[in-house]
Design a protein around this ligand. Structure first.
Ligand SMILES: NC(=O)c1ccc[n+]([C@@H]2O[C@H](COP(=O)([O-])OP(=O)(O)OC[C@H]3O[C@@H](n4cnc5c(N)ncnc54)[C@H](OP(=O)(O)O)[C@@H]3O)[C@@H](O)[C@H]2O)c1
Length: 296
C-alpha cells in the first residue's frame, strides 16, 4: 500500500514543521508532504542526521535544530521562527528507554514525548494557521490514567509504563488544545494520529539486547513499512476530520493498513485529567497557551 490510500490535496506554498523528521515515520511524513509541494522544515536533534535525511527527500526542505529534551533548545527554535506554519507535526518520540532525565530534570519519555511538544506547540501557536498533529500510540491504552503524584516515576521506574503514560499525555494534550482553540475562537485544529506498528528505529533504545533482537525480528515479520505507518499522520493532517480526532490504521485491530478515524481509551477522553495535565505542564515548562496571539 502506498500513499494512494489517502488522496492528498496539492499543498504548494504551505509550510510544515515535522519534529524527529530524520528517521522513521517523521522522515516518511516529511517526504510525502514535500512531494505534495510543501516547504518542510525538519526539526531534528542532530543537524547532520537531518541533512542526510533531507538529501533523500525530493522537494523543498530545510533542517533546523530542535532538542525536545532541552527547553532552552525548544525556546531557541520557536524564537528563530518567522512566517506561517500550516502544519505542525509533533512526531518525535522515544520509547522504553532506561531511566534518565532531560536537561530540565523531567523523566525523559514524559519530557520528550509530551512536555517538549507541549512547550513547542504553545510557543509556535501564534504562527500556526492550519493544524497541529500529535503522534501518539496504541500503547496509550496501557495507561489507566496520568499519575499526577509521580509524573517523573521517582517512586519506581518502569520503561513501558512511562512510554504508555507519555502517549496518553499526547492524547490528553490534543483534547485540551482543541478545547482551548475553540474557546479562543480559533479555526486551528488539534488532532492526533497513531501509526499502528511500523518498522522504525523506535524500539532500538531499550538498552536490553535480548528485547532488542526480539523487536528487530518483529519489525521484519509483523510491522508495516514506515511509509505506510506515516499515513495516519498524513490523514489527520490533510483529510476532513473533526477537532481532537485520532487517526490510525484500520486493519488488524489498529496495527496495520490504510488510515481511518480510530478509537481511543476512556482515559484519553478524560477532559478533567486533560485540563489538569495542561496546568501541570504549564507549571513545569513555564510556557502558557497564547490565547491572545492566535492566527487561525
Ligand atoms: N514505530 C511504531 O510502530 C510506532 C508505534 C506507535 C507510535 N509511534 C510513534 O511514532 C513517533 C515516531 O517514531 P518512529 O517510530 O518513527 O521512531 P524513530 O525512527 O526512532 O524516530 C523518532 C524520531 O524522534 C527523534 N527524537 C528522539 N528524541 C528526540 C529529542 N530529544 N529531540 C528531538 N527529536 C528527538 C529521533 O531523533 P534521532 O534519530 O536523533 O534519535 C527520531 O528522529 C513517535 O512519537 C512514536 O512514539 C511509533
Amino acid at each position: 500500500m502506498e500513499t494512494q490510500a489517502v488522496i492528498i490535496p496539492d499543498l504548494s506554498g504551505r509550510t510544515a514543521v515535522v519534529t524527529g523528521a530524520n528517521s522513521g515515520l517523521g522522515l516518511e511524513t516529511a517526504r510525502i508532504l514535500a512531494r505534495k509541494g510543501m516547504r518542510v522544515v525538519l526539526a531534528v536533534r542532530s543537524e547532520d542526521k537531518g541533512r542526510e535525511a533531507a538529501a533523500t527527500i525530493e522537494g523543498n526542505t530545510e533542517v533546523r535544530p530542535l532538542d525536545l529534551a532541552d527547553l532552552a533548545s525548544v525556546r531557541a527554535f520557536a524564537e528563530g521562527w518567522e512566517g506561517g506554519i500550516h502544519l505542525l507535526i509533533n512526531n518525535a518520540g522515544v520509547m522504553a528507554l532506561p531511566e534518565s532525565r532531560t536537561e530540565d530534570g523531567f523523566e525523559t519519555q514524559f519530557g520528550v514525548n509530551h512536555l517538549g511538544h507541549f512547550a513547542l506547540t504553545n510557543l509556535l501557536l501564534p504562527h500556526v494557521a492550519g493544524r497541529v498533529v500529535t503522534v501518539t500510540s496504541g500503547m496509550h491504552q496501557m495507561a489507566q490514567g496520568i499519575d499526577f503524584d509521580d509524573l517523573h516515576m521517582e517512586k519506581g521506574y518502569h520503561p513501558a509504563k512511562a512510554y504508555a503514560q507519555s502517549k496518553l499525555a499526547n492524547l490528553l494534550f490534543t483534547l485540551e488544545l482543541q478545547r482551548r482553540l475553540e474557546e479562543a475562537g480559533s479555526t486551528v485544529l488539534s488532532v492526533a494520529a497513531h501509526p499502528g506498528y511500523a518498522a522504525t528505529n523506535l524500539q532500538g533504545h531499550t538498552g536490553n539486547p535480548v528485547l532488542h533482537r526480539l523487536l528487530a525480528v518483529a519489525n521484519t515479520v509483523i510491522a508495516q513499512k514506515a511509509a505506510v505507518g506515516a499515513l495516519p499522520t498524513i490523514y489527520a493532517a490533510t483529510q476532513d476530520v473533526p477537532g481532537a480526532a485520532l487517526a490510525g490504521p484500520k486493519g488488524m485491530g489498529g496495527m496495520r493498513g490504510a488510515p481511518a478515524l480510530a478509537s481511543r481509551s476512556e482515559a484519553a477522553w478524560d477532559s478533567i485529567a486533560a485540563r489538569r495535565l495542561w496546568t501541570v505542564s504549564e507549571e513545569l515548562t513555564g510556557v502558557r497557551f497564547p490565547e491572545k496571539d492566535l492566527r487561525g
